[in-house]
Design a binder for this molecule. Structure first.
Ligand code: SAM
Length: 444
Protein backbone atom coordinates (compact mmCIF):
# COMPACT_ATOMS: atom_id res chain seq x y z
CA UNK A 1 0.00 0.00 0.00
CA UNK A 2 1.47 3.34 -1.07
CA UNK A 3 0.47 5.98 1.45
CA UNK A 4 1.36 9.66 0.74
CA UNK A 5 4.43 10.82 2.70
CA UNK A 6 2.53 13.88 4.00
CA UNK A 7 -0.12 11.55 5.39
CA UNK A 8 2.47 9.34 7.12
CA UNK A 9 4.00 12.45 8.71
CA UNK A 10 0.58 13.61 9.90
CA UNK A 11 -0.11 10.16 11.27
CA UNK A 12 3.17 10.20 13.16
CA UNK A 13 1.92 13.25 15.06
CA UNK A 14 -0.97 11.23 16.46
CA UNK A 15 0.34 7.66 16.54
CA UNK A 16 4.04 8.24 17.26
CA UNK A 17 5.85 4.89 17.42
CA UNK A 18 2.67 3.02 16.46
CA UNK A 19 2.72 4.49 12.94
CA UNK A 20 4.54 1.46 11.47
CA UNK A 21 2.11 -0.96 13.13
CA UNK A 22 -0.74 1.01 11.54
CA UNK A 23 0.91 0.79 8.10
CA UNK A 24 1.44 -2.98 8.58
CA UNK A 25 -2.27 -3.36 9.46
CA UNK A 26 -3.08 -2.77 5.76
CA UNK A 27 -2.31 -6.46 5.18
CA UNK A 28 -5.20 -7.46 7.52
CA UNK A 29 -8.88 -7.45 6.47
CA UNK A 30 -10.94 -4.45 7.64
CA UNK A 31 -13.11 -4.77 10.75
CA UNK A 32 -16.83 -5.25 10.16
CA UNK A 33 -19.74 -5.02 12.55
CA UNK A 34 -23.44 -4.71 13.20
CA UNK A 35 -25.47 -2.64 15.66
CA UNK A 36 -28.61 -4.32 16.92
CA UNK A 37 -31.91 -2.47 16.61
CA UNK A 38 -33.88 -2.74 19.84
CA UNK A 39 -36.99 -1.35 18.12
CA UNK A 40 -37.25 -4.78 16.49
CA UNK A 41 -35.37 -7.28 18.62
CA UNK A 42 -32.80 -7.81 21.39
CA UNK A 43 -29.28 -9.25 21.28
CA UNK A 44 -30.55 -12.31 23.11
CA UNK A 45 -33.23 -13.01 20.50
CA UNK A 46 -31.17 -12.07 17.46
CA UNK A 47 -27.69 -13.51 17.99
CA UNK A 48 -28.77 -17.21 17.92
CA UNK A 49 -30.55 -16.55 14.59
CA UNK A 50 -27.45 -15.27 12.78
CA UNK A 51 -25.58 -17.70 10.54
CA UNK A 52 -22.17 -16.15 11.30
CA UNK A 53 -20.07 -15.67 14.42
CA UNK A 54 -20.31 -12.46 16.44
CA UNK A 55 -18.20 -10.95 19.17
CA UNK A 56 -19.18 -7.99 21.37
CA UNK A 57 -17.62 -4.70 20.35
CA UNK A 58 -16.01 -2.51 23.00
CA UNK A 59 -17.41 0.66 21.40
CA UNK A 60 -21.17 0.31 21.77
CA UNK A 61 -23.43 -1.62 24.11
CA UNK A 62 -25.35 -3.25 21.23
CA UNK A 63 -22.45 -3.46 18.76
CA UNK A 64 -20.92 -6.73 17.55
CA UNK A 65 -17.99 -7.67 15.32
CA UNK A 66 -18.84 -9.97 12.42
CA UNK A 67 -16.37 -11.98 10.32
CA UNK A 68 -14.73 -10.05 7.49
CA UNK A 69 -15.88 -12.59 4.89
CA UNK A 70 -19.65 -12.54 5.55
CA UNK A 71 -21.33 -12.32 2.12
CA UNK A 72 -24.55 -10.54 1.06
CA UNK A 73 -25.55 -9.50 4.55
CA UNK A 74 -27.94 -6.89 3.10
CA UNK A 75 -30.00 -9.70 1.53
CA UNK A 76 -30.54 -11.49 4.83
CA UNK A 77 -34.23 -11.57 5.84
CA UNK A 78 -33.19 -10.31 9.28
CA UNK A 79 -31.58 -7.28 7.65
CA UNK A 80 -34.76 -6.67 5.61
CA UNK A 81 -36.70 -6.79 8.88
CA UNK A 82 -34.44 -4.09 10.39
CA UNK A 83 -32.98 -6.32 13.11
CA UNK A 84 -29.57 -4.69 12.71
CA UNK A 85 -27.62 -2.01 10.89
CA UNK A 86 -24.30 -2.96 9.27
CA UNK A 87 -21.86 -0.52 10.79
CA UNK A 88 -18.07 -0.32 10.99
CA UNK A 89 -17.45 -1.04 14.70
CA UNK A 90 -15.60 2.14 15.66
CA UNK A 91 -18.34 4.28 14.00
CA UNK A 92 -20.72 3.23 16.77
CA UNK A 93 -18.58 4.87 19.49
CA UNK A 94 -19.90 8.42 18.97
CA UNK A 95 -23.46 7.54 19.99
CA UNK A 96 -22.22 5.66 23.05
CA UNK A 97 -20.66 8.96 24.18
CA UNK A 98 -23.92 10.91 23.79
CA UNK A 99 -25.37 9.38 27.00
CA UNK A 100 -28.81 8.97 25.42
CA UNK A 101 -31.63 8.82 27.96
CA UNK A 102 -35.26 7.88 27.34
CA UNK A 103 -37.29 10.97 26.43
CA UNK A 104 -34.33 12.90 24.99
CA UNK A 105 -34.78 15.07 21.92
CA UNK A 106 -31.72 14.35 19.76
CA UNK A 107 -30.49 16.13 16.64
CA UNK A 108 -28.23 14.16 14.26
CA UNK A 109 -27.07 16.98 12.05
CA UNK A 110 -25.06 15.11 9.36
CA UNK A 111 -27.05 11.92 9.38
CA UNK A 112 -27.05 9.98 6.09
CA UNK A 113 -27.00 7.10 5.47
CA UNK A 114 -28.23 6.75 9.04
CA UNK A 115 -26.17 4.30 11.09
CA UNK A 116 -25.85 6.63 14.04
CA UNK A 117 -29.49 7.76 13.83
CA UNK A 118 -30.49 4.08 13.92
CA UNK A 119 -28.46 3.63 17.12
CA UNK A 120 -30.02 6.74 18.69
CA UNK A 121 -33.55 5.58 17.81
CA UNK A 122 -32.80 2.15 19.24
CA UNK A 123 -31.62 3.68 22.53
CA UNK A 124 -34.65 6.01 22.70
CA UNK A 125 -36.99 2.95 22.35
CA UNK A 126 -39.74 5.04 20.82
CA UNK A 127 -39.55 7.83 23.44
CA UNK A 128 -38.42 11.41 22.79
CA UNK A 129 -37.44 12.39 19.26
CA UNK A 130 -34.68 11.74 16.74
CA UNK A 131 -34.33 14.55 14.20
CA UNK A 132 -32.02 13.44 11.41
CA UNK A 133 -30.77 16.01 8.97
CA UNK A 134 -28.80 15.44 5.79
CA UNK A 135 -27.88 18.34 3.56
CA UNK A 136 -27.55 16.29 0.34
CA UNK A 137 -31.14 15.65 -0.80
CA UNK A 138 -30.71 12.23 -2.41
CA UNK A 139 -28.74 11.00 0.61
CA UNK A 140 -31.65 12.19 2.78
CA UNK A 141 -33.92 9.83 0.81
CA UNK A 142 -31.66 6.94 1.78
CA UNK A 143 -32.12 8.10 5.36
CA UNK A 144 -35.93 7.88 5.00
CA UNK A 145 -35.68 4.37 3.65
CA UNK A 146 -33.40 3.31 6.52
CA UNK A 147 -35.85 4.88 9.01
CA UNK A 148 -38.59 2.73 7.48
CA UNK A 149 -36.52 -0.46 7.61
CA UNK A 150 -35.55 0.13 11.22
CA UNK A 151 -39.18 0.93 12.17
CA UNK A 152 -38.48 4.42 13.54
CA UNK A 153 -41.74 6.21 14.39
CA UNK A 154 -40.55 9.08 16.62
CA UNK A 155 -38.38 10.64 13.94
CA UNK A 156 -38.07 13.58 11.60
CA UNK A 157 -35.91 13.58 8.48
CA UNK A 158 -34.92 16.87 6.92
CA UNK A 159 -32.57 18.15 4.26
CA UNK A 160 -31.38 21.58 5.27
CA UNK A 161 -28.15 23.53 5.70
CA UNK A 162 -27.00 23.53 9.34
CA UNK A 163 -26.79 27.35 9.41
CA UNK A 164 -30.51 27.53 8.51
CA UNK A 165 -31.77 24.56 10.53
CA UNK A 166 -29.99 25.06 13.85
CA UNK A 167 -30.94 28.70 14.55
CA UNK A 168 -34.56 27.80 13.69
CA UNK A 169 -34.41 24.99 16.28
CA UNK A 170 -32.65 27.08 18.91
CA UNK A 171 -32.19 25.15 22.22
CA UNK A 172 -34.70 22.47 21.15
CA UNK A 173 -32.40 19.47 21.77
CA UNK A 174 -30.94 17.67 24.78
CA UNK A 175 -28.27 16.03 22.64
CA UNK A 176 -26.67 16.99 19.33
CA UNK A 177 -24.47 14.76 17.20
CA UNK A 178 -22.22 16.26 14.53
CA UNK A 179 -20.73 13.36 12.56
CA UNK A 180 -19.07 15.70 10.14
CA UNK A 181 -17.96 15.21 6.53
CA UNK A 182 -14.18 14.66 6.66
CA UNK A 183 -11.13 13.56 4.71
CA UNK A 184 -11.97 9.93 5.56
CA UNK A 185 -8.50 8.66 6.53
CA UNK A 186 -10.16 5.97 8.62
CA UNK A 187 -11.66 4.50 5.44
CA UNK A 188 -8.32 3.86 3.71
CA UNK A 189 -8.09 0.15 4.64
CA UNK A 190 -11.68 -0.45 3.49
CA UNK A 191 -11.41 1.65 0.36
CA UNK A 192 -7.78 2.01 -0.80
CA UNK A 193 -8.88 4.20 -3.76
CA UNK A 194 -9.79 6.93 -1.25
CA UNK A 195 -6.04 7.38 -0.63
CA UNK A 196 -5.71 8.97 -4.10
CA UNK A 197 -8.10 11.75 -3.08
CA UNK A 198 -6.11 12.65 0.04
CA UNK A 199 -4.24 15.97 0.13
CA UNK A 200 -3.23 18.50 2.79
CA UNK A 201 -5.49 21.05 1.08
CA UNK A 202 -8.47 18.73 1.38
CA UNK A 203 -7.75 18.14 5.09
CA UNK A 204 -7.64 21.89 5.72
CA UNK A 205 -10.80 22.61 3.75
CA UNK A 206 -12.62 19.85 5.67
CA UNK A 207 -11.43 21.41 8.94
CA UNK A 208 -12.87 24.81 7.97
CA UNK A 209 -16.22 23.24 7.01
CA UNK A 210 -16.34 21.20 10.23
CA UNK A 211 -15.83 24.28 12.38
CA UNK A 212 -18.60 26.11 10.57
CA UNK A 213 -21.05 23.16 11.02
CA UNK A 214 -20.15 22.92 14.71
CA UNK A 215 -20.70 26.64 15.28
CA UNK A 216 -24.20 26.29 13.83
CA UNK A 217 -24.89 23.14 15.87
CA UNK A 218 -24.26 24.89 19.20
CA UNK A 219 -27.43 26.97 18.87
CA UNK A 220 -29.67 23.87 18.67
CA UNK A 221 -28.46 22.57 22.05
CA UNK A 222 -30.22 23.47 25.30
CA UNK A 223 -28.16 24.75 28.25
CA UNK A 224 -26.68 21.70 29.97
CA UNK A 225 -27.12 19.61 26.78
CA UNK A 226 -24.43 17.31 25.39
CA UNK A 227 -22.79 17.50 21.98
CA UNK A 228 -20.61 14.85 20.38
CA UNK A 229 -18.41 15.76 17.44
CA UNK A 230 -17.08 12.85 15.42
CA UNK A 231 -15.15 12.14 12.23
CA UNK A 232 -13.73 9.04 10.54
CA UNK A 233 -10.35 10.63 10.07
CA UNK A 234 -7.11 10.81 12.08
CA UNK A 235 -5.94 14.33 11.23
CA UNK A 236 -5.35 16.60 14.28
CA UNK A 237 -6.41 19.63 12.19
CA UNK A 238 -9.85 18.12 11.59
CA UNK A 239 -10.11 16.73 15.11
CA UNK A 240 -8.35 18.17 18.17
CA UNK A 241 -7.69 21.57 16.55
CA UNK A 242 -11.28 21.93 15.42
CA UNK A 243 -12.51 21.15 18.94
CA UNK A 244 -10.08 23.69 20.43
CA UNK A 245 -11.17 26.35 17.97
CA UNK A 246 -14.83 25.71 18.74
CA UNK A 247 -14.15 26.03 22.46
CA UNK A 248 -12.37 29.33 21.94
CA UNK A 249 -15.11 30.72 19.66
CA UNK A 250 -18.08 29.51 21.76
CA UNK A 251 -17.52 30.40 25.42
CA UNK A 252 -20.77 28.64 26.39
CA UNK A 253 -19.33 25.26 25.31
CA UNK A 254 -17.10 23.33 27.70
CA UNK A 255 -15.21 20.02 27.48
CA UNK A 256 -17.05 17.03 28.98
CA UNK A 257 -14.34 14.48 29.87
CA UNK A 258 -14.52 10.94 28.54
CA UNK A 259 -13.91 7.96 30.80
CA UNK A 260 -15.31 5.21 28.57
CA UNK A 261 -12.83 2.33 28.43
CA UNK A 262 -12.11 2.22 24.70
CA UNK A 263 -9.90 3.79 22.07
CA UNK A 264 -6.65 5.64 22.49
CA UNK A 265 -6.18 8.78 24.50
CA UNK A 266 -5.68 12.11 22.73
CA UNK A 267 -4.20 15.24 24.23
CA UNK A 268 -7.77 16.39 24.99
CA UNK A 269 -9.39 14.68 27.97
CA UNK A 270 -12.78 14.96 26.27
CA UNK A 271 -11.79 13.14 23.08
CA UNK A 272 -10.88 9.64 21.99
CA UNK A 273 -9.34 8.22 18.82
CA UNK A 274 -9.85 4.70 17.50
CA UNK A 275 -7.49 3.17 14.95
CA UNK A 276 -7.09 -0.39 13.64
CA UNK A 277 -4.71 -0.89 16.57
CA UNK A 278 -7.69 -0.43 18.94
CA UNK A 279 -10.04 -2.67 16.93
CA UNK A 280 -11.81 -0.27 14.54
CA UNK A 281 -11.16 1.22 11.12
CA UNK A 282 -10.85 4.79 12.39
CA UNK A 283 -12.91 7.26 14.33
CA UNK A 284 -12.43 10.34 16.46
CA UNK A 285 -15.05 11.56 18.91
CA UNK A 286 -15.08 14.53 21.26
CA UNK A 287 -17.70 15.27 23.90
CA UNK A 288 -18.76 18.78 24.90
CA UNK A 289 -21.41 20.29 27.10
CA UNK A 290 -23.28 23.59 26.93
CA UNK A 291 -22.81 25.44 30.17
CA UNK A 292 -25.74 26.20 32.47
CA UNK A 293 -28.86 24.13 32.71
CA UNK A 294 -32.42 24.51 31.56
CA UNK A 295 -35.24 22.76 29.77
CA UNK A 296 -35.23 22.38 26.03
CA UNK A 297 -37.50 24.73 24.08
CA UNK A 298 -40.55 23.44 22.20
CA UNK A 299 -40.10 22.81 18.49
CA UNK A 300 -41.49 25.65 16.39
CA UNK A 301 -45.10 24.94 15.38
CA UNK A 302 -46.88 26.14 12.29
CA UNK A 303 -50.60 26.61 12.47
CA UNK A 304 -52.25 23.41 11.27
CA UNK A 305 -54.50 23.77 8.24
CA UNK A 306 -57.97 22.38 9.00
CA UNK A 307 -58.05 18.61 8.58
CA UNK A 308 -60.67 17.58 5.97
CA UNK A 309 -63.44 15.91 7.99
CA UNK A 310 -64.43 13.22 5.48
CA UNK A 311 -60.83 12.14 5.03
CA UNK A 312 -60.24 12.13 8.76
CA UNK A 313 -63.24 9.86 9.28
CA UNK A 314 -61.94 7.50 6.59
CA UNK A 315 -58.53 7.58 8.30
CA UNK A 316 -60.07 6.62 11.65
CA UNK A 317 -61.86 3.65 10.07
CA UNK A 318 -58.70 2.63 8.25
CA UNK A 319 -56.71 2.65 11.49
CA UNK A 320 -59.37 0.65 13.31
CA UNK A 321 -59.32 -1.95 10.57
CA UNK A 322 -55.57 -2.44 10.93
CA UNK A 323 -54.99 -2.02 14.66
CA UNK A 324 -56.52 -3.63 17.72
CA UNK A 325 -54.69 -1.01 19.76
CA UNK A 326 -53.51 2.10 17.94
CA UNK A 327 -50.02 3.60 18.37
CA UNK A 328 -50.03 6.68 20.61
CA UNK A 329 -49.52 9.11 17.72
CA UNK A 330 -51.56 11.80 15.98
CA UNK A 331 -53.26 11.34 12.61
CA UNK A 332 -52.35 14.03 10.08
CA UNK A 333 -53.52 14.43 6.51
CA UNK A 334 -51.21 16.34 4.22
CA UNK A 335 -52.49 16.49 0.63
CA UNK A 336 -53.42 12.93 -0.29
CA UNK A 337 -51.18 11.37 2.34
CA UNK A 338 -51.95 10.11 5.79
CA UNK A 339 -49.25 10.31 8.46
CA UNK A 340 -48.90 9.21 12.05
CA UNK A 341 -46.95 11.93 13.82
CA UNK A 342 -45.27 11.91 17.21
CA UNK A 343 -47.50 13.70 19.75
CA UNK A 344 -46.71 17.39 20.09
CA UNK A 345 -45.47 17.76 16.51
CA UNK A 346 -47.93 19.51 14.28
CA UNK A 347 -46.61 20.90 11.07
CA UNK A 348 -43.05 21.88 10.27
CA UNK A 349 -42.46 24.08 7.29
CA UNK A 350 -39.46 25.74 5.72
CA UNK A 351 -36.90 23.45 7.33
CA UNK A 352 -36.60 20.95 4.51
CA UNK A 353 -38.63 18.34 6.40
CA UNK A 354 -39.22 15.36 4.13
CA UNK A 355 -40.65 12.93 6.68
CA UNK A 356 -42.20 13.45 10.10
CA UNK A 357 -43.36 10.32 11.89
CA UNK A 358 -44.69 7.47 9.77
CA UNK A 359 -46.27 7.55 6.35
CA UNK A 360 -49.40 5.49 7.07
CA UNK A 361 -51.10 5.49 3.69
CA UNK A 362 -52.30 7.34 0.65
CA UNK A 363 -55.84 8.31 -0.38
CA UNK A 364 -56.64 6.72 -3.73
CA UNK A 365 -60.20 7.38 -4.94
CA UNK A 366 -61.59 7.76 -1.39
CA UNK A 367 -59.90 4.54 -0.28
CA UNK A 368 -56.68 4.50 1.72
CA UNK A 369 -53.89 2.38 0.32
CA UNK A 370 -51.67 1.48 3.32
CA UNK A 371 -47.96 2.32 3.25
CA UNK A 372 -45.13 -0.12 3.91
CA UNK A 373 -43.80 2.05 6.78
CA UNK A 374 -47.01 1.66 8.79
CA UNK A 375 -46.41 -2.09 9.12
CA UNK A 376 -42.64 -1.99 9.31
CA UNK A 377 -42.84 0.33 12.37
CA UNK A 378 -45.70 -1.53 14.00
CA UNK A 379 -45.82 -3.62 17.14
CA UNK A 380 -47.28 -6.96 15.94
CA UNK A 381 -49.20 -7.43 19.19
CA UNK A 382 -51.24 -4.29 18.36
CA UNK A 383 -52.29 -5.47 14.88
CA UNK A 384 -55.47 -7.27 13.87
CA UNK A 385 -53.88 -9.53 11.25
CA UNK A 386 -50.36 -10.92 11.24
CA UNK A 387 -48.73 -13.63 9.15
CA UNK A 388 -45.78 -14.89 11.21
CA UNK A 389 -42.92 -16.37 9.15
CA UNK A 390 -39.67 -17.96 10.28
CA UNK A 391 -36.25 -18.02 8.65
CA UNK A 392 -36.65 -21.63 7.54
CA UNK A 393 -40.11 -21.10 6.01
CA UNK A 394 -39.79 -21.03 2.18
CA UNK A 395 -42.47 -18.30 2.15
CA UNK A 396 -39.95 -15.88 3.74
CA UNK A 397 -37.71 -15.67 0.66
CA UNK A 398 -40.80 -15.79 -1.58
CA UNK A 399 -42.36 -12.81 0.24
CA UNK A 400 -39.13 -10.79 0.07
CA UNK A 401 -38.94 -11.54 -3.67
CA UNK A 402 -42.40 -10.07 -4.22
CA UNK A 403 -44.30 -13.32 -4.81
CA UNK A 404 -47.81 -14.23 -3.65
CA UNK A 405 -47.69 -16.65 -0.74
CA UNK A 406 -50.09 -18.88 1.18
CA UNK A 407 -51.70 -17.14 4.10
CA UNK A 408 -54.09 -18.42 6.72
CA UNK A 409 -54.91 -14.96 8.17
CA UNK A 410 -58.44 -13.53 7.87
CA UNK A 411 -59.24 -11.36 4.87
CA UNK A 412 -57.65 -7.89 4.84
CA UNK A 413 -54.36 -6.01 5.10
CA UNK A 414 -51.98 -8.28 7.00
CA UNK A 415 -48.55 -7.59 8.47
CA UNK A 416 -45.78 -10.08 7.72
CA UNK A 417 -43.25 -10.79 10.44
CA UNK A 418 -39.98 -12.70 10.27
CA UNK A 419 -39.05 -14.29 13.59
CA UNK A 420 -41.48 -11.86 15.24
CA UNK A 421 -40.13 -8.73 13.54
CA UNK A 422 -42.46 -6.81 11.21
CA UNK A 423 -40.99 -6.61 7.69
CA UNK A 424 -43.90 -5.51 5.48
CA UNK A 425 -47.45 -6.39 4.54
CA UNK A 426 -49.78 -7.86 1.99
CA UNK A 427 -53.50 -8.24 1.39
CA UNK A 428 -54.92 -11.57 2.39
CA UNK A 429 -57.91 -13.13 0.67
CA UNK A 430 -58.85 -16.73 -0.25
CA UNK A 431 -55.84 -18.08 1.69
CA UNK A 432 -53.40 -16.07 -0.47
CA UNK A 433 -51.37 -13.01 0.46
CA UNK A 434 -51.12 -10.46 -2.33
CA UNK A 435 -47.63 -9.07 -1.92
CA UNK A 436 -47.19 -5.37 -1.06
CA UNK A 437 -43.46 -5.48 -0.31
CA UNK A 438 -42.05 -2.37 -2.11
CA UNK A 439 -40.53 -3.24 -5.49
CA UNK A 440 -37.39 -1.25 -4.71
CA UNK A 441 -36.68 -3.47 -1.69
CA UNK A 442 -37.39 -6.87 -3.23
CA UNK A 443 -34.76 -9.60 -3.50
CA UNK A 444 -33.81 -10.15 -7.11
N1 SAM B 1 -23.69 10.01 10.48
C1 SAM B 1 -23.78 9.25 9.24
C2 SAM B 1 -23.98 7.80 9.59
O1 SAM B 1 -23.68 7.37 10.70
O2 SAM B 1 -24.51 7.05 8.74
C3 SAM B 1 -22.56 9.50 8.37
C4 SAM B 1 -22.39 10.96 8.06
S1 SAM B 1 -21.11 11.33 6.94
C5 SAM B 1 -19.69 11.10 7.87
C6 SAM B 1 -21.21 13.06 6.82
C7 SAM B 1 -22.45 13.59 6.11
O3 SAM B 1 -22.37 15.02 6.09
C8 SAM B 1 -22.57 13.15 4.67
O4 SAM B 1 -23.79 12.48 4.47
C9 SAM B 1 -22.53 14.46 3.86
O5 SAM B 1 -23.41 14.47 2.76
C10 SAM B 1 -22.95 15.48 4.89
N2 SAM B 1 -22.46 16.85 4.55
C11 SAM B 1 -21.69 17.24 3.51
N3 SAM B 1 -21.51 18.57 3.54
C12 SAM B 1 -22.17 19.05 4.60
C13 SAM B 1 -22.36 20.36 5.14
N4 SAM B 1 -21.80 21.42 4.58
N5 SAM B 1 -23.11 20.46 6.24
C14 SAM B 1 -23.66 19.38 6.81
N6 SAM B 1 -23.51 18.12 6.34
C15 SAM B 1 -22.77 17.96 5.26
Amino acid sequence: MNLPQDFIEELHRVLGDDTQSYVRSFSDPPFRGISINRLKTTPRQLLPLLDFRTEPSPFYQDGYYIPSDVQKIGSSPLHHAGAFYVQEPSASSAVQLLNIEKGDYVLDLCAAPGGKSAQIASLLSGSGLIWSNEVVRNRASVLVSNFERMGIANGIVSSCYPDVLCPALSECFDKVLVDAPCSGEGMFRKNPDAVNEWSREHVLSCAARQLSILQSAVSALRPGGIMVYSTCTFSPEENEMTVRQLLSLCPDMEPFPIDEPFGRKTDLDNAVRITPLEGGEGHFAARLRKSGSGPRRDLPQNKLPPQPREMLRAAEEFMDDIFVRRPDMSLRIIGERLYLMPKGISSLQGLGVIRAGILAGEFVKKRIEPAHALFSASNPSELRRVLPLTLDDPRTAAFLSGMEIDCSAPKGYTAVTIEGMPVGFGKCSSSTLKNKYPKSLRLS
